[in-house]
Design a protein around this ligand. Structure first.
Ligand SMILES: [Zn+2]
Ligand SMILES: [Zn+2]
Length: 358
């Protein structure tokens, strides 16, 4: 049969069933048919969820949904696995509207279609409502340089705030294996040992705060694209119109080049990151809560509040700089960090009130 296949150019058969293979799995090189690929892809994610004990029955899980390929596939797979394996989870789509016209408004339309397609409830929180600033207005003030700093810091907190509004127990994000390998590389290149230690964790912020999980931790980006393509999932594929993170871009290109030569590079870097042990004398940030907004922070006042204060005082560039200097100059005190509570505390009433009425 095999020798015949070589000489007669018979179609390659699926490594797992009788059908013809139509793809080569990027992660393993296996020739598979569509159905066996779906099954392998979904089962691996299920296994990751089970091995890491990511969820408990009855939990409300907010799926960070941007309309992009990763979060669209995540929403689809979470829904499929929740039903197939009876996880008993209450799933939500949670989107952040950064206020970037021509980019986010279009991708939000995709999320709204996903809401219909997957029949999941959707909550959208916007920068405008949370902070009084859209990214368009922020870019008007500070230009294209550094705007990603604002966006990244605000988005992270906006997801937390949205998750609190829908009473979520956890947030899941579409970060995939490539993203995590990139982050490991970047932290090594920058010598950021504290982040290097945390960046391969499948769940973060679980020490008293709303946990964030990455069910795609071991899932290759190429396979996510393949899955979305064969399943004909509806996603939005335009890059953000504002400046990309250049440094991450270099790490990404480097990693993609290595992947071409050796596909296991991505998983190998993650495994290296997981196995690193950090010297005891490396200073780790103390995680507490922000005195101003009540959300997670390693300082008295969180970075989001510092950035916001900078914007509101007309000193946005100052706020980007060294955190302690910025805090001082903006008149935000330097009190000791409020220690984290034993269990995740819903942020202070006034914050919830501030954000609850939209
Ligand atoms: Zn098959
Ligand atoms: Zn704050």
């Amino acid at each position: 049969m095999n020798s015949q296949a070589n000489t007669c150019k018979m179609p390659v058969s699926c490594g797992l069933c009788e059908k013809n293979a139509i793809l080569k799995r990027p992660k393993t090189g296996d020739a598979l048919c569509k159905d066996c690929f779906y099954h392998a892809f979904e089962t691996e994610i299920h296994q990751t969820i089970i091995d890491a004990e990511l969820f408990k029955r009855g939990e409300t899980v907010a799926i960070g949904a941007s309309g992009g390929k990763d979060s669209t596939v995540l929403a689809h797979v979470m829904k499929v696995l929740n039903e197939r394996y009876d996880y008993g989870l209450n799933l939500f789509l949670l989107s952040v509207d950064e206020g970037i016209s021509g980019y986010r408004d279009d991708s939000l339309e995709t999320v709204k279609r996903n809401q219909q397609q997957y029949d999941l409830p959707l909550k959208i929180v916007s920068y405008e409502e949370l902070y009084g600033w859209t990214m368009d207005k922020i870019v008007e003030k500070i230009g294209l340089k550094n705007n990603c700093t604002f966006c990244g810091v605000f988005r992270r907190q906006a997801l937390d705030r949205g998750a609190v509004l829908v009473n979520a127990d956890k947030i899941v994000t579409g970060h995939n294996a490539d993203d995590i390998a990139e982050t490991v590389l970047m932290n090594i290149l920058r010598g950021d040992v504290a982040r290097l230690r945390r960046c391969t964790a499948i769940t973060t912020g679980n020490e008293g705060f709303l946990p964030r999980c990455k069910p795609f931790k071991y899932t290759y980006e190429k396979e996510i694209v393949m899955y979305a393509y064969f399943k004909k999932l509806d996603y939005f594929s335009t890059e953000c119109i504002y400046s990309p993170n250049a440094y991450r871009g270099h790490a990404r290109t480097f990693l993609k080049d290595l992947e071409k030569i050796r596909p296991s590079t991505i998983i190998d870097i993650i495994h290296s990151g997981e196995s690193l042990s950090i010297k005891k004398d490396v200073k780790m940030p103390t995680q507490g809560t922000c005195n101003q907004c009540g959300y997670i922070s390693s300082h008295t006042i969180c970075k989001a509040c510092v950035l916001l204060e900078g914007l509101n005082k007309g000193l946005p560039k100052l706020a980007i700089g060294k955190s302690h200097k910025a805090r001082k100059k903006l008149g935000l005190g330097l009190l000791p960090v409020r220690r984290k509570e034993e269990k995740f505390q819903r942020p202070t009433d006034n914050v919830v009130k501030q954000t609850a009425d939209f």
